[in-house]
Design a protein around this ligand. Sequence first.
Ligand SMILES: Cc1ncc(COP(=O)(O)O)c(C=O)c1O
Length: 413
Amino acid sequence: MKNTIPDLKWSLHTKEDIKLSYNMFPVEISRIARKFHNAIPGCKMTPLRSLYNLANMLGVESIWVKDESQRLALNSFKVLGGSFAIYRLIQNKLNLNDDEISYENIISEKSRKFLGEITFASATDGNHGMGVAWAASRLGYRSMIYVHSKTSKSRINAIKSYGAIVKIIEGNYDDAVRQVTIDAKKYNWEIISDTSWKGYEQIPTWIMQGYTTMISETQEQLSSQGIIKPTHVFIQAGVGALAAAVTGYYHSLFAEKAPTCIVVEPEHAACLYHSSILGDGNPHTVNGNLNTIMAGLACGEPSPVAWKVLKETISCFISCPDYIAAKGMRVYATPLAGDPFVVSGESGAVTLGVLGAIMKENGMEELISYLKLDKNSRILLINTEGNTDPIHFRQIIWEGANPVPPEYWTDED
Ligand SMILES: Cc1ncc(COP(=O)(O)O)c(C=O)c1O
């Protein structure tokens, strides 16, 4: 298949029987997660924004954006997962059931004394580490966060500002994951990892379950306007935990009537796209420097637990170049008259960039028809981060870094 934008590639994926999604994302779990998140001081529902005029321009019925740049003061959805996993871990250690446990109970002096000192540790490409550091400090515990050598200073400083000790590891995100695993064993730290591996699945599952708060809120916001569900959801992916939570939860709610779910990754870190192309049903790693401006998505190894959910629920995996994410940021930042302004970082904006490319570039007819994208489509996007790297944000929005190559400029209204 030939694309007009040669760097935008896709793999059409046949969904499997839905099995895991029901077990992993039952509605009760999102109720528990939401109750916990609601009890955190300052944690409010994030806005669901409508880009009505852009939807009109792109030829779809609506574009809804769940704006996670507004999640607490943390600028990203990630805190939902890390905090819920820490909550579940402490609940288990205190041996309390769901009716007995509460946020107050966890932060009480009695619980702290019983549990003693705990250090929570994690590898991150930025946002997850910040969420873990934030949650650990709120609950009165220490955190050790491992980052790779290309992590920006502003991300490292943000993590440190929540009291974490930050260790910089040579290599990429996957190397940081390996190192923190070794060190945690040595020093008896509790790893709160968003990715899974053999024998380490419970905490990544809790993290994914924590993310369902976002979709539970979205569904409430949509239903208050008489909308039952979106027809399509575009979800950006690093290790795939977010995408699995979103699509798994939607399939648990609506089974075969769930929205069509599409995963989007950066071209040099497209491990899920690569796994779908190989097509043997297993997750596969992509090696190399994972170079991309989408720092949150720069992961070469899929989370095996997430992959199992994705392969039964995803209709299409897309790999795209950085300039598409940069364009998405600029479109959010300069809305059409009447549409709201959205602050969106590189990883947050890529799905809007991809949607625009699909609907406006040549050579997309087969993809559009397979995904059944048309004037009746109600699209959900998740702005997973705001301005998490202010220097790079300004370089893109103000100074025009990562421009769309002129041959793909639009020349129509
Ligand atoms: C802003 C942002 N969006 C999306 C993701 C993707 O999440 P996952 O690694 O679970 O696929 C991340 C991961 O860190 C992120 O930081």
